[in-house]
Design a protein around this ligand. Structure first.
Ligand code: P6P
Length: 335
């Protein structure tokens, strides 16, 4: 492809243009996004050759979540922390891989929560993985954990990088969702998916039904309903489940449908983390015209109580979320 023949807009030209009218714009947010961009390019390089370098497999120890830490998890976490420290643009960081928050530049006005490499159980089998981030303005001059425990509604920016068949950065600052594809030979992200809108309805559902023994009855009724053969209502739905949040959400964002990681007998509060998985995903979903709840309330209105707390997550097309809530709130009769 002759890049010169296309009017390519780089991530930084885009940020510069978009943030001109952004309140409090003094380049710090741009600097922060630049730090994320650099870190994810470095992570991308390692992901792409993971099979050749000694970075596959496990470190042999377990993180605060009790989950096995893969070598690439640890590498991605170190790269994110170093790049954000170098950017001097965050006062505080919260990472899935670190039990406590990490102080950075006390003068900076933003705090960031991130999952450095989500889906790591898929790394060794070459399935899409991703980096997820959520950014807030700090509320305390001497910022502390409380600055990370803000309502999702207060997010200044959020996004993810998906290391898939191509590497894409998708983010929002509250003025819509835009996607940028990495041109690896140049090492730059270019605008490839401007103003992403999630289809209002789509008959694709994404859930790990291996856990269905522990699902609540109303969810089981919904799952029965969408499998009934009824062409008029485009049933049965199609099942798609990668087992990597970023991959399952990216498909839902672009094609519509519903992704569900519910509470169950096995995981009473769900599995996904509120601060650095559900909140950024919910911000993106709503900015693209979709919805995101925990089965009862809007994800963005949940008051976090601790850094690594979990939440059930129902996210996707507006009409699909509204439909499942009719079942969860028992206001629908099986047809
Ligand atoms: P399960 C990956 O480990 C992850 O945290 C998310 O990326 C993904 O959506 C979920 O867990 C998959 O969990 O229980 O279906 O393997």
């Amino acid at each position: 492809m002759n890049l010169a023949s296309k009017n390519l807009i780089s991530l930084f030209e885009f940020i510069h243009e978009k943030e001109k009218g952004f309140p409090y714009a003094n380049g710090e947010l741009s600097q922060l996004l630049r730090g994320i961009s650099l870190a994810t390019k470095i992570i991308n390089r390692e992901v792409r050759v993971a099979g050749l370098s000694n970075i596959l497999g496990s470190t042999g120890y377990y993180n605060v979540q009790g989950e096995e830490v893969k070598k690439l998890d640890e590498y991605a976490n170190e790269v994110m922390i170093k790049s954000l420290n170098l950017s001097q643009s965050v006062a505080l960081m919260g990472s899935e891989e670190n039990e406590e928050v990490i102080l950075s530049n006390a003068e900076a006005k933003y705090v960031i929560l991130f999952d450095p490499l989500d889906g790591s159980s898929n790394i060794d089998v070459n399935i899409n993985i991703g980096t997820i981030f959520s950014i807030f303005r700090k509320v305390n001059e001497n910022c502390n954990l409380e600055d990370c425990l803000q309502l999702g509604l207060k997010q200044v920016a959020a996004g993810y990088v998906i290391y898939g068949s191509s590497t894409m950065l998708v983010y929002t600052t509250g003025a819509g969702v835009n996607g940028f594809t990495l041109e690896p030979s140049i090492g730059e992200y270019f605008l490839s998916h401007p103003d992403i809108k999630m289809p209002e309805k789509s008959n694709t559902f994404s859930i790990n039904e291996g856990n269905s023994w522990g699902f609540e009855e109303n969810l089981k009724k919904y799952l029965e309903y969408i499998k009934i053969d009824d062409k008029a209502t485009k049933r049965p739905y199609k099942a798609r489940y990668v087992g990597s949040l970023v991959a399952d959400f990216h498909r839902t964002l672009l094609k519509g449908g519903i992704f569900i990681y519910p509470a169950s007998k096995k995981e009473p509060n769900g599995k996904l983390r509120l601060l650095y998985e559900a909140n950024p995903i919910a911000f993106l979903a709503e900015q693209a015209g979709g919805l995101a709840t925990d089965g009862n309330k809007r994800i963005l209105e949940k008051q976090p109580k601790e850094l690594h707390e979990r939440t059930p997550l129902y996210v996707g097309s507006k009409q699909e979320i509204e439909l499942i809530h009719k079942f969860l709130n028992e206001t629908i009769v099986l047809q």
